[in-house]
Design a protein around this ligand. Structure first.
Ligand code: CA
Length: 233
C-alpha cells in the first residue's frame, strides 16, 4: 500500500555528529545551537573525555567532530591528529577557550578544519558549524589575525637571511593560487565554481592538486601554508 510521505527537508544534514566537550554547560549550549541548525537529538553524540570519544568513534562513523582542546584525560589535539590520519576528509572543528598561538597552530597542523573561540556568540558558532558542514574552513577572526601575524613574522625571519623558502609556489599555477585565495576567504567549492564559472568537479580537482603540491590535507592547512609562504595576503 502507498502512503503519502512528508516533504523531504530542504537539505539533508550530514550526521551523526560527535561533540567532544567536558563542560556540561558548553555541551548544552552546543546541543541548542545544533538543534537550531535542524539536528535531532539522535544525530548528536556527546563525549565528555577522550576515552568516551574513542569508544564512540570505534562504534560508528561520524560526519563531523566538534572538539574541545582541554579534556580531563588528555589533549583534544591528539584525538584530532588520530582522526585526521584515519580520514583526512572528516571535518573537525575546534571550539575552544584557548587562543594561544601554539595551541591554535598545533590544532590546525594536526588536521583541524576550523578553529572557533567559545567566547563567540551562538549565532557566530552556528554559522561556522554550517560553513564547516558545507566544506568551508571557518577560522575565528581573532585566530585568523594571530595566524596572519605569525605568517608575517615567519616571512620576516626568512627574508632576514634564513634558509630560502621552499620553492613550492612556482609549482602552483596562477589558477590554483586564485582558487586558494577564494578558499582563504571562506568560499565553499560550490561558491568558487560559481565565481570562476568553472564546474564544481574542476574546482575539486584543482583543490586536490593544491593539497598534493603543498603536502597538506585540509583547506585550513593549505591556506595556512600559502600565507606562511606569502603567496596569499
Ligand atoms: Ca574543556
Amino acid at each position: 500500500m502507498t502512503q503519502a510521505l512528508p516533504d523531504p527537508p530542504e537539505s539533508v544534514l550530514p550526521g551523526p555528529l560527535l561533540i567532544v566537550e567536558d563542560e556540561a554547560l558548553t555541551q548544552r549550549r552546543l546541543c541548542a545551537i545544533l538543534t537550531g541548525l535542524g539536528y535531532q537529538a539522535e544525530a548528536m553524540q556527546f563525549a565528555g573525555n577522550l576515552a568516551e570519544a574513542r569508544s564512540l568513534l570505534a562504534e560508528q562513523p561520524f560526519a563531523m567532530v566538534l572538539a574541545d582542546v582541554g579534556l580531563p584525560d588528555g589533549n583534544g589535539i591528539d584525538l584530532i591528529r588520530e582522526l585526521s590520519r584515519r580520514d583526512p576528509a572528516l571535518p573537525i572543528l575546534v571550539i575552544s577557550a584557548w587562543s594561544t598561538e601554539q595551541i591554535i597552530v598545533t590544532a590546525l597542523q594536526a588536521g583541524a578544519t576550523g578553529y572557533l573561540l567559545k567566547e563567540r556568540d551562538d549565532i557566530e558558532i552556528a554559522l561556522s558549524i554550517r560553513s564547516a558542514l558545507r566544506g568551508g574552513a571557518p577560522i575565528d577572526p581573532f585566530v585568523a589575525r594571530r595566524i596572519l601575524d605569525l605568517a608575517g613574522a615567519g616571512q620576516a625571519a626568512r627574508t632576514g637571511g634564513g634558509a630560502p623558502a621552499a620553492p613550492l609556489a612556482s609549482s602552483l599555477s596562477p589558477r590554483e593560487i586564485e582558487i586558494l585565495g577564494l578558499v582563504g576567504k571562506g568560499l565553499t567549492n560550490r561558491e568558487i565554481s560559481e565565481v570562476l564559472s568553472l564546474s564544481r568537479l574542476t574546482v575539486e580537482c584543482h583543490i586536490k592538486n593544491i593539497y598534493k603540491k603543498l603536502a597538506v590535507n585540509s583547506r585550513t592547512q593549505a591556506v595556512f601554508e600559502a600565507r606562511t609562504h606569502g603567496w596569499l595576503p
